[in-house]
Design a protein around this ligand. Structure first.
Ligand code: OGA
Ligand code: MN
Length: 198
């Protein structure tokens, strides 16, 4: 576990984007994906909104994924294992990098074929509590022709990341604009934010 945490943090410190290929262990990724597909089947996923307001017609031009927030109250084994992992990561990050993270929020995300999320920043203008963005992918057998890459816009280059199973991406929420290219296959992930303040 610590090796994956170090891998993520060290690549973040070096390149402003942390990448760890096997951040989620395969059995956990499989269980979380099964949860997400079951939620989708039961029509529990909701169209995602932009910012901290309710879904608006304009939002659909910006993003077309569907989401479901994780919560310990669901008493779901895999979800709780995932949140335990995040608790451990926050303790490790705070103790090694003095980041002062006090909370987090995570949701499942499902992009159906043809879905996308246009270029954006993860921090709201009205709320700067989101400090770090974290995305973990749940796509076994992802093919390059499936597209659906995450593009991160650095000042001098664009970084393209395929949504490979178990991989984690980690970056500052208020610094790096990014976008999800239109996907040609169902694209699944857990996305969240490490936060400060209440
Ligand atoms: C987001 C986001 C990127 C991805 O949900 O804010 O940018 O690769 N997701 O899913
Ligand atoms: Mn984003």
């Amino acid at each position: 576990m610590q090796t994956q945490f170090d891998c993520l943090i060290n690549s973040f410190l070096e390149h402003n984007v942390g990448l760890a290929e096997h951040f989620l262990q395969e059995p956990l990724a499989i269980q979380l994906k099964a949860n997400l597909l079951a939620l989708h089947h039961d029509q529990q996923l909701r169209e995602a909104g932009i910012g901290n307001r309710t879904v608006h017609v304009q939002d659909k031009l910006l993003r077309s994924d569907k989401i479901y927030w994780l919560d310990r109250l669901h008493e779901n084994v895999a979800e709780n294992l995932f949140l335990d992992l995040m608790d451990n990561f926050v303790v490790y990050l705070n103790s090694t990098c003095y980041t002062g993270i006090t909370g987090y929020e995570f949701h499942y995300a499902l992009y159906e074929k043809g879905s996308f999320y246009k270029r954006h920043l993860d921090q709201f203008r009205s709320d700067n509590s989101r400090v770090f963005s974290m995305i973990m992918y749940l796509n076994a057998d992802w093919q390059s022709q499936d597209s659906g890459e995450l593009c991160i816009y650095h000042s001098d280059h664009t970084q393209t990341i395929a949504p490979l199973n178990g991989q984690c991406v980690f970056f500052k929420s208020n610094e790096l604009e990014h976008e999800v290219l239109e996907t040609h296959a169902v694209r699944m992930s857990i996305t969240g934010w490490l936060k400060v303040g209440s």
